[in-house]
Design a protein around this ligand. Structure first.
Ligand code: IPE
Ligand code: IPE
Ligand code: MG
Length: 236
């Protein structure tokens, strides 16, 4: 089976999932966090090495303060208490995003979970939090500029080399999934998705269960990835 090495998910539709049930939007975020916990383990079972998820964008600060506070509290609670199953599975948790504008307890929770799982080597869960794809490219470029100022020779600098300047040096995304029905990228991992296959579904994230995930893996297997070249077996 041709399993994608790196899967990324734009976990969208939590709010609508809740509203449809007459619940507050926060109920959708709570349900979504439970879905994420199950999916992280399932992805590992299916052979996916890296799972990146969009949990909070830089632009999500535009929302009501009440919703922002709820999401901040949720990440602290999850990192401090609910990520044991993931840690026990040998999954390393990484957090990508800007560390500015975050509360001290949120920063502390991020530090703790990264520290606690740093020696794990059975898979990676990369949580994008206070994250923006353009921001990541800007931050990487600033760090690269510093190295150039310090004498780095860039005459042979490649697009692979640029990965080392991103928040974490992860492999390119093979499969990008967006739940919730919108057909856009919303400033997610722009650099890493240059050749990824896209899978969009109307399913709201809290309902995106194992079989929905498997459906995306199945569709991926039938895609013809050419990376700008030709696929010899299919183009004769
Ligand atoms: C995604 O769900 C989670 C976050 C952005 C934090 P939304 O909150 O965007 O849910 P919808 O799109 O409003 O339904
Ligand atoms: C993208 O969803 C961000 C996350 C899933 C965390 P949004 O709901 O914020 O995106 P837009 O506003 O629909 O583009
Ligand atoms: Mg949304």
């Amino acid at each position: 089976m041709n399993v994608p090495n790196h899967v990324a998910i734009i976990m969208d539709g939590n709010g609508r999932w809740a509203t449809k049930r007459g619940l507050k939007r926060s109920a959708g975020h709570l349900e979504g966090s439970k879905t994420l916990e199950k999916l992280a383990i399932h992805a590992q079972d299916m052979g996916v090495k890296v799972l990146s998820v969009y949990a909070f964008s830089c632009d999500n600060f535009k929302r009501d303060p009440e919703e922002v506070t709820y999401l901040m509290n949720l990440i602290v609670k999850y990192f401090n208490t609910k990520f044991e199953k993931i840690a026990k599975r040998g999954i390393k948790v990484l957090v990508s995003g800007r560390k500015t504008n975050l509360r001290p307890d949120v920063l502390e929770a991020i530090k703790n979970i990264e520290e606690k799982t740093k020696n794990n080597d059975k898979g990676i869960l990369n949580i994008c939090f206070n994250y923006g794809g353009q921001e990541e490219i800007i931050d990487a470029s600033i760090n690269l500029a510093k190295d150039i100022n310090n004498g780095l020779d860039i005459t042979t600098f490649t697009r692979e080399d640029f990965y080392k300047y991103l928040y974490h040096d992860l492999p390119p995304i093979d499969l990008l999934i967006r739940t919730g029905g919108e057909l856009r990228i919303s400033n997610f991992m722009l650099y890493e998705m240059s050749y990824s296959e896209f899978y969009f579904t109307n399913t709201y994230f809290p309902d995106f269960n194992k079989s929905e995930f498997n459906k995306a893996l199945f569709i991926y297997q039938n895609r013809d990835r050419r990376f700008g070249g030709l696929n010899a077996s299919k183009n004769n």
